[in-house]
Design a protein around this ligand. Sequence first.
Ligand SMILES: Nc1ncnc2c1ncn2[C@@H]1O[C@H](COP(=O)(O)OP(=O)(O)O)[C@@H](O)[C@H]1O
Ligand SMILES: [Mg+2]
Length: 407
Amino acid sequence: MGIDGTLLVLGASRDQIFMIDTARALGLRVVAIDMDPKSEGFAHADESAVVSTRDVPAILDLVDDLRLRGHRLVGVTTMGSDIPDVIAELCAALGLPGPSRETARIATDKTRMKIRFRERGIPIPWFEEIDRVERLREIVAERGLPLVVKPIDRSGSRGVFLLEAGCDLEALFARSLAFSRVGRCLVEEYLPGPQISTETILSGGVGITPGFADRNYELLERFRPQFMENGGWVPSSVTPAQRRQVEDLVVRASLALGVTDGVTKGDVVWTPDGPRMIEMAARLSGGDFCESLVPLGTGINYVETAIRIAIGEQPDLGALVPTRNRCVANRYFFADPGRLVRIEGVDAIRGEPWLVKLVVRYGAGDVIPPTTSHAERAGVFVVVGDDRAEVQARIDRVYQSVRFVVE
Ligand SMILES: Nc1ncnc2c1ncn2[C@@H]1O[C@H](COP(=O)(O)OP(=O)(O)O)[C@@H](O)[C@H]1O
Ligand SMILES: [Mg+2]
């Protein structure tokens, strides 16, 4: 028997389609909203509306209308969109389960988050919020380089820069600051070491972390001084003991943010001193992590669990155990800026059974902007195989085959 009721999903882009489909498979009626009338997710939902996912009054009006038409709203949620503040506001107004306003405030302000983590003994890099380049110069004189500068209120690597010897501190600080909606930046100690993405599901203060991927940064040189990962790996190559340490850390970090029933997405670095948190978001990832890497690699669909929590059910976390162990990777396409003439080589590989997904964002004639964040990515693909060597060979084949011809 399916679940009765209506779930409101904020966002109807590709990032939310997996959630819309999963909710409908559970029996829920799904209403999806997005400000883009051409959103692909609309066709997946039972009903849709062209409303901004940040416009709380308009969404509350929509909910009134839904209720008048007989909908029984049981939850409001999203994935891939960093709007816990909106979700918290709506859930509070509608009496639905969701992140608290306090959680949302901390999770969307990297300074508040680091202060909270420091208070709770969560290992993090040294940090300071700065408002002028003179202070940055003093810090560089005191602490040396490398350092990292980032806006406190953005995501997707927007405005996150590595400060290295010889760099133009003033220019990078100004660029980073320009990305901040509130005009605030953080400077941080640079943490060396492999980076891990996690997704934790919490219910009644108990957390488990079925999402666990190694992040791939081989394009660091190409995008320097920007941090741009180009995909991830499941399973991670950390040892079981290391994995337990990271899992313990991200559950403690989730509770420090006040998330006892919900989801969190962690950015962790395995430093020479053990794992440390870069940040944690109070939401599920978009893209491929929870919708492809983890389900294909482990058989676990925790988006379903996240939906159950968002409608106030108490899920059985013990059921979130892997049913298979396959190697999966996703990789991004980044194209040079310019007008796209054509994309070559897609048909040649499209039918390969190991290529689970290949999506390009641009079509012929589109003007591709310079890549300054993940928002400008040209596409993504997902590859499966028996082990990393096999998957890597397949990744190489895709990258060799697909070419974005730009003028
Ligand atoms: N202190 C740091 N040490 C090492 N790498 C960092 C640090 N801060 C950020 N990064 C790199 O930059 C990426 C983006 O920074 P992050 O703080 O996670 O901001 P965003 O909200 O844009 O994801 C991280 O995933 C990581 O690869
Ligand atoms: Mg991050």
